[in-house]
Design a protein around this ligand. Structure first.
Ligand SMILES: [Zn+2]
Length: 67
């Protein structure tokens, strides 16, 4: 019986107006910091760790008021 290895893929949602995201693997399974441009897509996958970044259709409100 072969064990099936299930990897947990994390999807991170970001603001819809974000043009690129930075990923460093998130600590334990870390990798060099890379920037992943969305380009014309609304999602991008980190080629290091497979983490998915998805543009949110809604504007994520900031915790702190700007200014
Ligand atoms: Zn990554």
């Amino acid at each position: 019986m072969s064990a099936t290895r299930t990897s947990v893929i994390t999807t991170t949602q970001v603001d819809a107006d974000v043009e690129e995201v930075a990923c460093d693997g998130g600590g334990s399974s870390g990798h060099p910091l890379v920037y992943l441009p969305f380009g014309k897509n609304d999602k991008v996958v980190c080629y290091y760790c497979g983490r998915r970044f998805q543009k949110s259709p809604f504007k994520i409100p900031a915790d702190k008021p700007q200014g």
